[in-house]
Design a protein around this ligand. Structure first.
Ligand code: GLU
Length: 300
């Protein structure tokens, strides 16, 4: 019995309570819920609230109300990331002991100035899949005493992953190139066993002085701790999978399968977003729409 339970598939929907849910979230939540159902598995809801400054209790409450209204049911208790910083700190410590991360004291302005001074210019400077400029390497490779001095000065900093070094180490640990299994498809139809390419992110931020984690680290640690076997999420997060697989290998965590789904777009082809005040589920619900209408609007 125990063994049978251990073999059940686990999926999750992991929203951040920093705005009201919109049709894109409805799609993602229903996709994850129905994936669990089709696999005879368990469905989890996880609240990704590490960004304490932007997350609000009313948005979290809204998530529970909207999802229940859509007819979804999830296991309790719900994991709230803000209650588990110690788990992420432990993973961060491990990366630090492996000498794969370094503190970066660069301000936004310093980064912009360094890019300007490079002679390449902003327009041609490479950006990561999230649109952020690739880190130009300031503060990288500084001698330990200088770093310690800067830290003692009380300057704020971010922990960055030395991506080239981390990838080389992970491939070594893995005994060859790292791959992942895409069971749905990436934004360009990628499917099956795919190679990771985390270098497209450069030296990504993995934690900050005041928040000892990041989206990448917390999501990787939680998917492992919660025994998630299938990660269903939007194709916007497809490249993030490169970083997550890398971290899984470095931290010795199990490998889930991935199912990335197409994004819900408006009539002009633009992605929906919280900030653009796109039609919220809450608004639709309060205006008298039915869950069936939401499914239709979301293209399900
Ligand atoms: N919390 C992330 C978001 O709101 C999603 C995390 C994931 O599915 O990996 O976009």
């Amino acid at each position: 019995m125990q063994e049978a339970a251990g073999r059940r598939e686990v999926t999750r929907f992991a929203p951040s309570p920093n705005g009201w849910l919109h049709l894109g979230h409805a799609y993602s939540a229903i996709f994850a819920f129905e994936t669990a159902k089709a696999l005879g598995g368990r469905f989890l809801l996880r609240i990704e609230d590490i960004d304490i400054g932007r997350c609000r209790p009313e948005y979290e409450q809204g998530i529970y109300e909207d999802l229940a209204w859509l007819g979804l049911d999830w296991e309790r208790p719900v994991r709230r990331q803000s209650e588990h910083f110690a788990d992420y700190e432990a993973a961060l410590r491990r990366l630090r002991e492996m000498d794969l991360i370094y503190p970066c004291f660069a301000t936004r302005k310093e980064i912009t100035d360094a890019i300007e001074a490079s002679g390449i210019g902003h327009v041609r400077w490479p950006v990561d899949p999230d649109g952020a400029p690739i880190y130009p390497g300031l503060y990288k490779g500084l001698p330990r005493p200088t770093l310690n001095e800067l830290m003692w000065d009380g300057r704020s900093y971010a922990w960055r992953l030395d991506m080239e070094k981390a990838l080389a180490r992970a491939e070594d640990m893995n005994g060859g190139p790292i791959t992942f299994l895409e069971e749905a498809s990436g934004p360009h139809g990628e499917t099956g066993i795919l190679a990771i390419d985390p270098l497209v992110f450069g030296d990504v931020v993995i934690a900050r002085k005041d928040v000892p984690t990041s989206y990448h680290l917390a999501v990787t640690v939680d998917d492992a701790l919660q025994g998630v076997t299938v990660v269903p999420r939007g194709q916007d997060l497809f490249p993030a999978t490169y970083v997550h697989r890398l971290l899984q290998v470095l931290l010795g965590l199990p490998e889930p399968r991935y199912r990335h789904h197409p994004l819900v777009r408006d009539e002009t082809g633009r992605r929906l977003s919280k900030s653009a005040k796109d039609m919220g589920l809450r608004e639709l619900r309060l205006a008298g729409a039915t869950p069936a209408e939401v499914r239709r609007l979301a293209g399900l």
